[in-house]
Unconditional design. Structure first.
Length: 186
């Protein structure tokens, strides 16, 4: 059987979902027999080398670059999977949407991060604005807010077992049938 190609990305994630993928432990040897990784922080490939069968997305979108990467994944992957609570519903980072109560919520968020926090040393009172920096979005968006996804795997993070179950099904070209006992949201 031709090996399936898998790409992965961490957007506004914590890399915990990637760590959980590595929690499949020695089963990674079996995975490597039937699949290979393309663009992924696991191998440090920064660009797609070819079209992929499966794309795994960790994290929602908090900045412009996240949206760009996510659209690239949708364009280059046959099946796109939102992995973890951040990708599915924004996760903990989405709390910045709820605590904003001013007329200029993004400004409030930046002020707290770069000016107001007691541990900030910022004598010029400048918020970083180099063009190389991706701009923060007005709020955190889920993956589904930006592109169509084919499957969602919940959990913060999903366990190695649930990722293994889902991946082995997807590699066979089947939908992931997740036993309820494997599913969690925390
Ligand atoms: S879902 Fe949890 S483990 Fe995964 S990126 Fe978000 S915070 Fe990290």
């Amino acid at each position: 059987m031709k090996k399936k190609r898998i790409a992965t990305a961490s957007l506004a994630g914590c890399f915990g979902c990637h760590m959980s993928l590595l929690d499949i432990d020695e089963r990674i040897i079996d995975l490597m027999k039937v699949a290979e990784f393309d663009r992924s922080p696991l191998n440090d490939f920064k660009k797609f080398t070819r079209r992929c069968d499966i794309g795994l997305i960790e994290g929602g979108c908090c900045n412009e670059d996240n949206v760009h990467v996510l659209r690239e994944f949708r364009k280059n992957c046959d099946v796109l999977v939102a992995v973890g609570q951040c990708a599915i519903m924004g996760g903990l980072p989405v709390m910045r949407n709820a605590i904003m109560h001013s007329d200029d919520p993004l400004r409030e968020c930046l002020d707290e991060a770069y000016r107001a926090s007691p541990k900030v040393m910022n004598p010029d009172n400048q918020i970083p604005n180099d063009p190389a920096l991706p701009l923060l979005l007005d709020k955190v968006y889920t993956v589904v807010d930006v592109v169509k996804v084919d499957y969602q795997i919940p959990g913060c993070p999903p366990s190695g077992d649930v990722l293994w179950t889902a991946l082995t099904a997807l590699i066979k070209g089947e939908p992931p049938e997740l036993d309820w006992a494997l599913i969690k949201y925390d």
